[in-house]
Design a protein around this ligand. Structure first.
Ligand code: ACM
Length: 263
């Protein structure tokens, strides 16, 4: 199957035009799974809680999930997209999984980065895996990459493909995700954004692009450049992620010694 990412530079605060760019980009691909960046409809660098509230929506009954559901239905594809979610008087930095039949689930970012801690409540539902037409999809968001427990938890829960919306500003993640693939024998799809934001007199943020897909042995199936905008896809056989054998003596999960990892 084909799976990929759409790397672009969302316009801050312009949900409608960002959705339109997503619609145009995804309409041009026959991939079965597409991952979009973190907070890809609102933009990232908020300057007030009012702004965060205005640019967040309920899930699944908000307009963006409805629009993405229409797209997933018409393209017969699965979409993972980062957005700001309103729920129970809180705002979460979330990623939604949407398929041809509509919304399937939401992951709320566990490890908030930098000023996200001012705006968002941390997710506390843990790391879940969804079955999607024979693929097992696990979701994590951006800075979760620096905690190897996130990818490990998803792999132990059965993920074949880790779908990873991101707004990366540090340079390390693309190489780290190669290791996440090797140590868990999973595919990863990191969808990052491009461009920069400098709002409200704050120091500017420059996003590193370099969205990528990795294979179960850490192969880089593609890696985009820092500036490039567009869709990239890779051919993936999700079943390869179910075999955790390294050689005839070693199995990545069978050889774990969790009793020794207690500290
Ligand atoms: C990040 O978590 N957006 C770096």
């Amino acid at each position: 199957m084909k799976a990929g990412v759409f790397q672009f530079s969302p316009r801050f605060g312009d949900v409608r035009s960002n959705l339109e760019r997503v619609r145009t980009a995804l309409s041009g691909t026959d991939a079965g799974l597409m991952v979009l960046p973190e907070l890809c409809l609102s933009g990232y660098q908020f300057v007030s809680m009012d702004e965060v509230r205005q640019l967040s929506e309920p899930v699944p009954d908000g307009p963006s999930v409805r629009a993405l559901s229409d797209l997933a239905r018409s393209r017969r594809m699965f979409i993972v997209a980062g957005l700001a979610e309103q729920a129970d008087g809180k705002i979460y930095n979330s990623a939604v999984l949407i398929g041809p039949e509509g919304w399937m689930g939401t992951y709320r970012k566990t490890h908030l980065f930098f000023e996200e801690t001012l705006w968002f409540s941390p997710g506390d539902d843990g790391f879940r895996v969804w079955e999607a037409d024979g693929m097992r999809l696990g979701l994590m968001i951006c800075f979760d990459w620096i905690f190897p427990e996130a990818a490990r938890s998803l792999a132990l829960a059965g993920a074949d493909i880790i779908c990873h919306p991101a707004n990366l500003v540090l340079p390390y993640c693309p190489d780290a995700m190669v290791t996440r693939s090797i140590e868990n024998r999973v595919f990863t799809l990191t969808a990052n954004r491009t461009g920069s934001e400098a709002r409200g007199g704050k120091p500017g943020l420059r996003y590193i692009g370099r969205s990528q897909a990795t294979g179960v042995r850490g192969e880089i199936l593609f890696r985009m450049s820092e500036e490039e905008e567009g869709v990239r896809v890779a051919e993936i056989d999700p079943l390869l992620a179910r075999d955790k054998r390294v050689n005839e003596y070693n199995d990545l999960f069978g050889d774990r010694r969790p009793k020794l990892y207690g500290i």
